[in-house]
Design a protein around this ligand. Structure first.
Ligand SMILES: Cc1cc2nc3c(=O)[nH]c(=O)nc-3n(C[C@H](O)[C@H](O)[C@H](O)COP(=O)(O)OP(=O)(O)OC[C@H]3O[C@@H](n4cnc5c(N)ncnc54)[C@H](O)[C@@H]3O)c2cc1C
Length: 529
């Protein structure tokens, strides 16, 4: 039997995988994308929180001190995310953290990344939104900010606002093809140039290839679509160049598992993991005060005027992104929506109090809960323990896993969270407008949908697994282009920065591919043009 081969193997098909896959395929390389999750399209996405629907494509991975929410499908997080698309502020690239020295590579700054942000924004594309696009919930946050002496603005989104119905089912995938996920731009672009995308293919490890002309081989398992814990088949594919983009929780685990066969894996793999400083709170709003203090109202009994309706992210205050303020005191406060089930976590104290009558009373208030996400500066204190036997984590049930990540917040991270809590209270509790409850760490630990770090770019080999061109130190031809390469929390949602970094890495990957004898050139226009 002849060995399976490809020029470039891309592992994972989120932002970090789809973007290099497009540039390499469009440039002439043979590209194979192996993706662990299933492939779904608009008609397959369900407006339902029933088991068997969203949990086919979304995983909640519980670690020690942190839980991560992540996409598990072709297109990765771009299919289930809320599409807030923001550039990170200049100061985010100059962060020093507790290391006390520059974290980002010297070659990278906001100014040097701007042309790559431009490309990503054009390709998705990203829409500037205006007040008519802002949901009632975003309006409440904006009005509360204004009353407290702060500004608040609409958030740019990778959504075709002419197609968006404001149904608020973004977590389940967009049935209207309004959300500009990788399924609508880079992935079809790559496929139109011959790239092959294989769903339900989970890569387990990498090792040196013994196949003449090929440098690396990847061992993968083919998963049963109705039970991801069952393997239907195993396989091996040889590649000249590998792009690892299995996400912040997936990539370090594959590298850890490959440490022996590959040899010399940088010690920074699986370290410096960050939840992007995410801190979620719920403001339980007094509807009467919304009317009397903010002058806003909504008709009674209309589900579609509830706070949890409309696009999940519409407005944010940028007032606390002050470049002159000290590190660990800068953050963005953003209106966000999670399903009520998740909002149960807002209960404070160590004992769940949502049983019986307490549960009924709490459900009655859900309609008035305004969820706010603070994206602060954490300290990259997360680490990964030993990898599980297969996969990125131990799958406990559909949509639920146990990971090896640990995140025990340092004093600096706690200081950052406390600063954002204080600011949110000063806005949302002014004149008893609402009562703010940070999600309970006692019950849920820290929860993030924005994991970053864990195999990051940098100049210092001791604290960064990758060079500033995203190549794994000591392993020419292995690149990491997903969220794990982002060196530190950004104070904004990370996807646009991940996309811009992947755009920036593409020419370096092409250059390495040319060196390994692949006939490929860089310079494709934005996908679809
Ligand atoms: C509910 C939710 C809402 C979000 N909202 C926003 C938002 O509004 N704005 C924003 O900027 N960000 C948002 N994010 C975060 C954003 O989706 C991620 O930052 C982004 O998707 C990360 O891109 P990535 O390429 O690093 O990884 P991913 O997009 O997670 O892609 C990794 C892919 O690799 C696959 N994979 C994993 N392991 C393997 C393996 N062993 N073999 C093969 N494939 C594998 C996964 O299935 C996945 O498809 C949100 C995330 C979630 C979950």
């Amino acid at each position: 039997m002849s060995a399976e081969t490809t020029d470039v193997l891309v592992i994972g098909s989120g932002f970090g995988g789809s973007i290099p896959a497009y540039h390499l395929a469009a440039g002439g390389a043979r590209v194979t994308v192996l993706e662990r999750g299933p492939r779904l399209a608009a008609a397959d996405f369900a407006h339902s929180m029933q088991l068997g629907t969203y949990n086919r494509i979304v995983d909640v991975i519980q670690g020690d001190g942190i839980s991560v929410v992540a996409g598990n499908c072709v297109g990765g997080g771009s299919v289930v995310y809320f599409a807030a698309s923001l550039r990170a502020p200049t100061f985010a690239f100059e962060r020093r953290g507790s290391l006390g020295r520059r974290i980002w590579p010297a070659a990278l700054s906001r100014a040097s990344l701007d042309p790559w942000y431009d490309r990503a924004e054009e390709s998705l594309p990203v829409a500037r939104t205006d007040w008519p696009d802002v949901s009632y919930a975003g309006g409440v946050l904006a009005a509360a900010c204004q009353r407290a002496g702060h500004t608040c603005n609409p958030v740019p989104v990778a959504v075709d606002t002419t197609r968006c119905t404001n149904c608020n089912w973004m977590l389940s995938g967009c049935r209207f093809d309004a959300k500009r996920s990788m399924l609508l731009n880079y992935l079809p672009g790559a496929e139109s140039h011959g790239a092959v995308v294989r769903p339900l293919h989970e890569v387990q490890s990498l090792f040196p290839s013994l196949q003449s002309g090929y440098r690396y081989a990847a061992a993968y398992t083919v998963l049963d679509p109705s039970d991801y814990t069952c393997t239907e088949q195993v396989g091996l594919i040889h590649a000249k160049v590998v792009v690892l983009a299995a996400g912040t929780v997936g990539t370090p685990v594959i590298l850890q598992r490959s440490a022996l066969p590959l040899g010399g894996i940088p010690s920074a793999v699986g370290r410096y993991f960050s939840g992007n400083g995410d801190r979620v709170s719920v403001a339980d709003v007094d509807e009467e005060k919304v009317r009397s203090l903010l002058g806003l109202s909504r008709p009674d009994g209309s589900a579609y005027e509830g706070l949890p309706v409309g696009r999940p992210i519409t407005a944010a205050t940028y007032d606390y992104l002050d470049p002159k303020a000290p590190e660990f005191s800068r953050f963005m406060l953003q209106q966000i929506y999670f399903p009520p089930l998740t909002n149960v976590l807002a209960q404070t104290g160590g004992t769940p109090s949502w049983y019986g009558i307490a549960k009924r009373d709490m459900r009655a208030r859900w309609r008035s809960w305004l969820t706010v996400l603070a994206m602060t500066e954490d300290d990259n204190e997360g680490t990964f323990g030993l990898p599980p036997l297969t996969g990125s984590f131990t799958r406990l049930a559909p949509g639920l896993g146990e990971g090896s990540m640990r995140f025990h917040p340092t004093a600096a991270t706690r200081k950052a969270w406390s600063a954002s809590d204080t600011a949110l209270r000063s806005i949302m509790e002014k004149d008893n407008l609402s009562q703010v409850h940070p999600w309970s760490e006692d019950i849920a630990s820290t929860v993030t949908a924005h994991p970053i770090g864990s195999a990051r770019i940098g100049d210092d080999p001791a604290t960064s697994a990758l060079t500033d061109t995203h190549e794994l130190r000591g392993h020419p031809g292995i690149f990491v282009t997903d969220g794990s390469a982002v060196p530190a929390s950004l104070t904004v949602n990370p996807s646009l920065t991940i996309a811009a970094l992947a755009e920036r890495a593409a020419p370096a990957i092409v250059a390495r591919a040319v060196q390994t004898g692949i006939a490929v050139a860089y310079g494709a226009p934005p996908p679809g043009r």
